[in-house]
Design a protein around this ligand. Sequence first.
Ligand SMILES: NC(=O)C1=CN([C@@H]2O[C@H](COP(=O)(O)OP(=O)(O)OC[C@H]3O[C@@H](n4cnc5c(N)ncnc54)[C@H](OP(=O)(O)O)[C@@H]3O)[C@@H](O)[C@H]2O)C=CC1
Ligand SMILES: O=C(CO)[C@H](O)[C@H](O)COP(=O)(O)O
Length: 476
Amino acid sequence: MSEAVADLGVLGMGTMGANLALNFADQGGFTVALFNRTVEKARRVPADNPELASRLAPADTLQAFVASLKAPRVVVVMVNAGAPVDEQIEHLVPLLSPGDILIDAGNADFNDTVRRDAALKDSGILFVGMGVSGGELGARHGPSIMVGGDEAVWQRLKPLLEPIAAKYEGSPCVAWLGPDGAGHFVKTIHNGIEYADMQMIAEIYGIMRDALTMTAAEMAPVFSRWNEGGLSSYLIEIAAVTLKEVDPETNQAMVDVILDEAGQKGTGRWAVIEAQKLGIGATTLEAAVSARGVSSRRNERLAAARIYGGVSTEPSGFAAGEVGLSELEAALETAKIIAYAQGYATMAEASRAFSWNLPLGEIARIWRAGCIIRSVFLDDITKAYETGETVVNLLQAPSFTSRVAAGEGALRGVVAKAALAGVPVPALSAALAYFDDYRRARGTANLIQAQRDLFGAHTFRRLDKEGTFHHHWPAV
Ligand SMILES: NC(=O)C1=CN([C@@H]2O[C@H](COP(=O)(O)OP(=O)(O)OC[C@H]3O[C@@H](n4cnc5c(N)ncnc54)[C@H](OP(=O)(O)O)[C@@H]3O)[C@@H](O)[C@H]2O)C=CC1
Ligand SMILES: O=C(CO)[C@H](O)[C@H](O)COP(=O)(O)O
C-alpha cells in the first residue's frame, strides 16, 4: 500500500490534466498524485519535469493512486467528456470515502453534471463540476476556473485552486458560481461565446482575403493593431500570430496550407441547445456552430462551388485601406457586444430557471485573465453588473448602448457589402438581425399568431384590450 503523501490527485494526463498537475505542483507547491489510463504517460510527467519531480507522484494503478492521497481526498478528473467521466467515477467511487471530493474538471454537458451530482449524494462523496479554460498554457500557468457544487465544498477547494488560477489585477480568476451544474453551464456558455468570437474573426478574415484580396502577412499587423484597441483580446492576438506564421515546408503563410475544416468537441453545440431550451435567441452562437458544421463538409462545398461558382469577382464595395479596415474593426466590435449579450442572456435565464443566482459580473471578472475569451471588453461587462441596477440585456446596459449605436452602421455596411459580394458572414449577419429584431417595437409575430389561431385555435392576445381571444377566421 502506498503512503498517503499527496495533497490531491489528478486523473488524466492528457494536454489539460498533465499541465494542471504541473501547475498544482509548481504555483501551488502541492504534492500531486498522477494517474492515467495509459500508465506510461503519468510516469513521463515527472521524468519530463525533473524540477518538479519531488512533488509529482505517478501511480501505476488506480488503487495506488487513491491510496497515495491524504484524507479527506481530493481527486481531479481531467478526461474526455461523456462516457470516460462516468467510467472513471464508477471506478473511483468504491475506493473513496464520505467527505472525499471528486472533481470533474473537463468540459461537460451540465445535464450530466447535475445527474452525477445527484447520483453521488447518498455516497457522501462530494462531487464538483468545474470548468477550466485557458488551453494548454492556461492549465500550466494559470487558467480561469468556474466552480460548481456545494458552497461548503468550495471553501475547502479555495486554498487549492486560488494559487493555480490566473490572476487579474492580483485577484485569482476562480469563483464558486452555484450548485450542481452551474460551473459547467458557465463554461459551456464561455465556449459558445468562444465559438462566436472565433467565427466572427474568421468572417472578417474572409472579407480581407476574398473581398479586399489581402495576404495573410498583410492582415497580421492589422489584427495586431486592433489588439491595442477596443477589440484587445487573446483571440485577436492569436489571430495576428497565426496569420504571420510561415509554413517552413512550403514558405507559404501557414493559414494558407491549413484545410478549411473546423473541428469541434461539442461544447458550442451544448451552449446552443441550452439557449434554445431556455428560449433565448443566441443566434451568433448558433451561426458559429452551424458554420463549423458547414466547414467540415468540404467535399459538398467543393461540389456546390462547381455548380454555383465561388465568391463574386465583381468589385465588392468594401473600401480599401484604412477606411475599409476601420469599418471592419467597428463592425467586429459591435457584433462582439451582441454575441456576449446573447451569451449573458442565456446565463441570466439559466440562473433564473435553475435558481442558481449566478454572479454575472463576477463571471466576467474571472474570464478577464487565463481563459480563451479573455479581453479588455470583459471589464465593461463586470462594470455593467457592478452598478447594482438590473441588467435586462447587455444591449440595454448604459455602458454598451452608445457603443452599439455608434457601431451599428459599420456592422450593417459590412454585412450588406459582404452579402452583395457573396462572402459568407453568418455570425456577423446573425448579430445584425438579432439587433434589428431586438430593438423593433412592433414585430411581425402578430401574423404568426393569426395563422396559429386560424389553423390550430391557439388563440392570441390583442394590443387594445386584455385577455386571450380566438377569431372565427374564414374557412380555408
Ligand atoms: N485542450 C483544451 O484546450 C481544453 C480541454 N478541456 C477539456 O479537458 C478535458 C481533457 O481534454 P484534453 O486534455 O485536451 O484531452 P487529451 O485528448 O489531451 O487527453 C484526454 C485524456 O483523457 C483520457 N481518457 C480518454 N478516454 C478515457 C477513458 N475512457 N478512460 C480513461 N481515460 C480516458 C486519456 O487517457 P489516455 O492517455 O489513456 O488516452 C487522456 O488522459 C476534456 O473534457 C476537454 O474538453 C477544457 C479546456 C481546454
Ligand atoms: O474548452 C476549450 C477552450 O475553452 C477547449 O479548447 C475546447 O476543446 C474547445 O472547443 P472545440 O474543441 O469544440 O473547439
